[in-house]
Design a protein around this ligand. Sequence first.
Ligand SMILES: [Zn+2]
Length: 186
Amino acid sequence: MANLKSIHSLVQKIKSENTYIDIYKICKALKIDILEKNLGKNDTAIKGFFVHHCRIKAIIINSDMPENLKRIILAHELGHALLHTEKGIKTFQESCIFKINNSLEKEANQFAADLLIDEDKFMELCQLEYSCEAVAAYLQVPVQLLCYKWEMMEEYNENLGEFPFQAKNNFLRDLEIPKIDDDYIY
Ligand SMILES: [Zn+2]
């Protein structure tokens, strides 16, 4: 099992090699194919999955989702691809059920949060006392992903304090990025 430190150092390595986080480019360099498929729009539709068969690694993503959500799912699947393929697990599927207690799912979320959220920008917005929804909207991530990033940051900064938001079990089903709206700012 990967721990926070090993996930963080993997993300640091990716960030040192990429000035802008373009998941498509990162996957291409790692020879992970990305395929878009029409998988439906309802609540139970599969958002994406990762397959590892023989030497082929591919992420299949639901083409019916908005681009900003595709980016989240791609980062999560990339986490599975980099952290979990050695376990002999061939597929990871993201559908309506999000098992927060499943350590592999948690690690993939930690990876995605650490990769997609810029720590300095996150801290800057927190210091301006924006609401969680406003911070999430500005950073174009679901609020729940902020919790995972906070948890990573706490590991390195014990003075950080508690994040004022609890991740929900049904995070993936309700996956939504808040819209930028002045009402969020208080
Ligand atoms: Zn997953």
